[in-house]
Design a binder for this molecule. Structure first.
Ligand code: NCD
Ligand code: ZN
Length: 353
């Protein structure tokens, strides 16, 4: 047994579903899943019901998080066609502005090029604009961000052409960063043959092996690892119209460690992508006396029903993963130990409070 002490992980992209879809997840279960996975801070996406696009919906969501979250959290604001004039005023209270430019789960969408430009013009230059963009839309986001002098962060990059474009933009000095999910590093569209169509539905879609290999050979271009933890119930996933998304918080760290074992990155480079870069790019405060203890040699079999997430399933069901979180401390207090979440709902801090 080799126990490694690492800083608490930071996930810049999760969907904890509160308010509006707490049958899938809520702050209580979602942040319990975060701690069990070794995450001590998560940044939550705005595609709730209602979407988080103005002062009222933001205040209501913050109240829910304040009472229920067990780990530290930040909230991203949503960009719509209807908040072009007001969104930037909320920048100090949130961790980023999220733009949904391609089809995914929920109605929050930004289809209009004029709105995209206006949001980018107004948003503070030192705060990230996060884009759900696929294919050609990645090029559009990078261009508009560059023209307006903003920092654009491309979420869940999944394809070879996209990561190559981002590499070239960085080489030209453009202020673009990006994240990749564990599922796009480890799964391809072939998995539908094993787990079925509904369970394999996710946005961006699982891609081809050439795409997966391109991500693995571009680790120097990838700033952050992010789970895109997007829980839906099994009943929903197995329905005729399955919503896209995977739970991911409780399987991420052993998969990241697998990239280390495969020799693709060092443990220090893993910590850059899972802690240091998220903290720097999203301007997150230090978490004093906060760390995780991981038995990096321990093999365990993934069982959705044993997880903290309310979704109780995972696309990695039955996989043997290596590396288990044993203990988590936040601000000196033990908040997780050997399968048991000890943090109370409401003990997490808002990174913008
Ligand atoms: C996400 C969700 O379910 O909220 N789904 C997904 O497939 N990733 C939305 C998103 O991040 O696109
Ligand atoms: Zn997402």
């Amino acid at each position: 047994m080799t126990t490694l002490r690492l800083p608490g992980l930071i996930d810049v992209h999760v969907h904890l579903r509160e308010p509006g879809a707490t049958h899938k997840e809520d702050y209580d279960t979602g942040t319990a899943a975060a701690l069990a996975g070794g995450f001590t801070c998560v940044l939550d996406m705005p595609n709730n019901t209602p979407p988080i696009t103005n002062a009222e919906t933001l205040a209501a969501k913050k109240q829910l998080a304040r009472s229920h979250a067990r780990c530290d959290y930040g909230i991203h604001l949503g960009a719509g066609d209807d908040n072009v004039e007001t969104a930037y005023q909320l920048a100090p209270q949130v961790t980023g502005l999220k733009m949904y430019l391609d089809q995914t789960f929920g109605p929050l969408r930004l289809d209009d090029l004029d709105s995209l430009q206006k949001h980018m013009e107004r948003w503070p230059a030192d705060r990230p604009v996060l884009c759900h963009a696929e294919g050609r839309t990645v090029a559009a986001c990078i261009l508009v961000a560059h023209l307006t002098g903003k920092h654009v962060h491309i979420c869940h990059v999944s394809r070879k052409d996209e990561i190559e474009l981002i590499r070239k933009a960085k080489e030209k000095g453009i202020n673009v960063t990006c994240e990749v999910t564990p599922h796009h590093f480890f799964l391809t569209d072939e998995i539908a043959n094993t787990i079925g169509f509904g369970r394999s539905e996710v946005r961006p879609r699982l891609a081809k092996d050439a795409d997966r290999q391109a991500l693995r050979s571009s680790l120097e271009v990838i700033d952050c690892f992010a789970t895109d933890h997007a829980p839906h119930t099994l009943l929903e996933k197995e329905s005729p119209k399955p919503p896209p998304g995977f739970p991911g918080l409780e399987t991420a760290l052993p998969l990241y460690l697998e990239l280390v074992r495969e020799g693709l990155i060092s443990i220090e480079q893993l910590i850059d992508r899972a802690v240091n870069n998220p903290r720097r790019l999203f301007h997150l405060p230090d978490q004093p006396e906060t760390w995780i203890e991981v038995d990096v040699d321990q093999d365990w079999i993934v069982r959705g029903e044993e997880m903290q997430t309310r979704a109780k399933w995972t696309p990695f069901e039955g996989w043997t993963l290596r590396g288990r979180v044993e203990r988590v401390l936040v601000r000196g207090a033990e908040v997780y130990r050997s399968g048991e979440v000890l943090a109370q709902p409401g003990s997490g801090h808002d990174v913008r409070s």
